[in-house]
Design a protein around this ligand. Structure first.
Ligand SMILES: C[S@@+](CC[C@H](N)C(=O)[O-])C[C@H]1O[C@@H](n2cnc3c(N)ncnc32)[C@H](O)[C@@H]1O
Length: 184
């Protein structure tokens, strides 16, 4: 896909697009690793209808393609119990393997930042049911990708929303694209 043909926002793993006000928003490229159409245990219909089927650990876009990337990866760990696979949460949100999940999330972050333009924003949503957010933040790329601010939500305050900016590659903030207030 060429950069010119892409909308400004990528949702890297859109699932059922539950948090989008407009699930057909033309400014957003919706991506997921699957398409799905199912009925959940409480009778509700659930579907995953991405624009692009792709893996967030290896995405088919050029570097610096999007102004914003939204990253809400699976947060539940699958340990092999039958009960887990049939749970509505795993059907809806997917799951991470109990071993090796760190590598998946690390590669996902690296890809999200690769396809983000310098000065662009990454919005991470993470629920701490199985894995604390501190473990996830350790998996962000080391250079110039510090979290800016965040907010906790949900009944048990276990869901974190965290905003990052793709900073300049130059540590002194002299990039022509991303300036700091000290280098005007
Ligand atoms: C927590 S859900 C996303 C929920 C979504 N944000 C919403 O508002 O409904 C995580 C999604 O990540 C998808 N997913 C899991 N592994 C993926 C991968 N490697 N690449 C892309 N999507 C993946 C799952 O299929 C699942 O739909």
């Amino acid at each position: 896909m060429t950069k010119d043909s892409l909308p400004p926002i990528l949702d890297a793993c859109c699932g059922g697009k539950m948090f989008w006000f407009d699930k057909d928003n033309p400014y957003v490229l919706f991506q997921d690793i699957r398409c799905a159409d199912m009925v959940l245990c409480d009778g509700r219909k659930f579907s995953v209808k991405p624009d692009v089927i792709a893996d967030f650990t290896s995405m088919p876009y050029h570097d610096n393609s999007f102004r914003m990337v939204v990253f809400d990866p699976p947060h539940l760990k699958y340990t092999g119990r039958k009960k887990e696979v049939s749970s509505w949460q795993m059907k809806k949100y997917g799951w991470l393997p109990a071993h090796g999940w760190e590598d998946i999330i690390r590669k996902g972050f690296a890809e999200c930042f690769r396809v983000l333009m310098p000065g662009g924003f990454l919005i991470l949503k993470w629920n701490e049911t199985d894995i604390p957010v501190s473990r996830i933040l350790e998996l962000t790329p080391p250079h110039h990708m510090r979290p800016l601010f965040g907010h906790l939500s949900g009944k048990l305050s276990k869901t974190h929303w965290i905003c990052f900016m793709k900073e300049s590659d130059e540590a002194d903030g002299t990039s022509p694209i991303v300036k700091t207030k000290n280098n005007q």
